[in-house]
Design a binder for this molecule. Sequence first.
Ligand SMILES: CC(C)(COP(=O)(O)OP(=O)(O)OC[C@H]1O[C@@H](n2cnc3c(N)ncnc32)[C@H](O)[C@@H]1OP(=O)(O)O)[C@@H](O)C(=O)NCCC(=O)NCCS
Length: 113
Amino acid sequence: MAAALGVDIVDIRRIREAARRRPKFLPRVFTPEEIAYCRTKSDPWPHFAVRFAAKEAVWKAAGMKGIFLKDISVARDASGRPWALIRGRKRPGIEISLSHSRDYAVAVAMKSR
Ligand SMILES: CC(C)(COP(=O)(O)OP(=O)(O)OC[C@H]1O[C@@H](n2cnc3c(N)ncnc32)[C@H](O)[C@@H]1OP(=O)(O)O)[C@@H](O)C(=O)NCCC(=O)NCCS
């Protein structure tokens, strides 16, 4: 197998409602850097949701045991291009792409072998 793929789609409303219902949801799932980035947006919820989708997509592609959602995070370069960190470190061979509309956020991840 040349590469492994992972994809995830998230209903933005579910993330917003989970955060409003449970104050610990955001810090339990997202790193402080992710929370700070999303909070710079006038509507942070598509950005939180797409990061949630990215964590699930990377988890599917990377197939690593013992990895939890907060272990996977999304960083970005100056152009806004995202990349995945696992426990704060960039792992070679893992690429992600993210997109969000009004209602849904989607992420795809690829891990080359
Ligand atoms: C960057 C760009 C592609 C984002 O597309 P969009 O339709 O506005 O928004 P989407 O919901 O699909 O994607 C948003 C995500 O794209 C990602 N993104 C942003 N800049 C990016 C870049 N330079 N490269 C790859 N991904 C990028 C981010 O993860 C962003 O989500 P985030 O802000 O929560 O991190 C777009 O704004 C852009 O600048 N396009 C260039 C226009 C152009 O030349 N188009 C012709 C292509 S043929």
